[in-house]
Design a protein around this ligand. Sequence first.
Ligand SMILES: [Zn+2]
Ligand SMILES: [Zn+2]
Length: 395
Amino acid sequence: MAKELEFESSDFHEDKYDRLRLIPWWDQDRLSRAYIMVVGAGAIGNELIKDLALLGIGHILVIDMDRIEHTNLTRSVLFRAQDVGRYKAEVAAECAREMNPDVIATPYVSNVIDDIGLGVFRRVDVVLGGLDNREARLHINQACYKTNKPFIDGAIEALNGFARVFMPPKGACYECTMSETDWKLLNKRKSCALLTHEQMNEGKTPTTPTSSAIIAGVQVQEMLKILHADRGLPTLAGKGYVFNGLTHDSYVVEYQRKENCMSHETFDFVAEMPWASDSITLRELLQTIKAELGETAVVDLDRDIATTATCSCGAAKDLFAPVHKLRGEDITCPQCGQTMSFQQFHTLEGGEEFLDKTVQSIGLPLLHIVSGRVGFDIRQYEFTGDLIEFNGVFE
Ligand SMILES: [Zn+2]
Ligand SMILES: [Zn+2]
């Protein structure tokens, strides 16, 4: 059927993807069916989204929580002066739809670590990174390994850059490539977790629209080959493309998989539950999982949730939010102004006092996945009832 239509339309006027279809292994229908997540709509993200729109990628999910600043205009092909102050994700998605009405580009003004559930990762074909920090890369890497999705990361500095491809469940992952210096810088950033988002962004990297175009181009070409995996094309899986912009030399490095790496967990099976995060309580969640796995089953969350903060002056307040999301003001005592200490958990056993809270009210993202566990027997459960919140994006 598709073949016939193609033939007929080329008789009269050429299909706009004609020059792409001339590539022998090319399958435009796959691209139009593909779901690609782009994390970061900065210098690299703009180039990624531009390429995806031109190529007719059917579904582009754009994740970025920042607003456009004047300094972005020199490196961001999708942004104009009148967009300053608007959210990057929204403008980039609008522009992608304008460039090619065949694509559905959906913006998420979100922090990928706190706000994007694992069920979203599960529903995309490839994740492309245009990020400026190790913490987000490490999170995406783990999410991609858990849900068995390729992660193609890009990084630039001045005229140089590199693109890396991580293909779960085998081969090296992003964490495997991290050096001691990377860990030091990451922990330094983590220790600043209670600073504001603006303060954390202070470490600015010099970037150019030229190196971002080169690196994003390599990332998208890798994505194209991965979408055509059955064609036997070589890819950069477990490898990195390193580009030296001063000499225009480039080379490929191969990463070693570290068997003691903490990021290699891949889910075998995810049960799609009709649960919606805004209505199911922690008690109901535990009951269902205990009924299936046994009375001793516990529920593991993939993040620490802060419960109650207390102060030496006697004051106390409820937090019920992921520890990662807490800011200085959240744990400042309302009575005496001192920093409060707080309790946290990431496993639910059944005796907790707060089991009547909903899953949403403890700060888990929509369409997330939790683990039920008895001994070494672990099963994953998704809050599939949250799909309704995604306005038909995943249909
Ligand atoms: Zn690893
Ligand atoms: Zn106090």
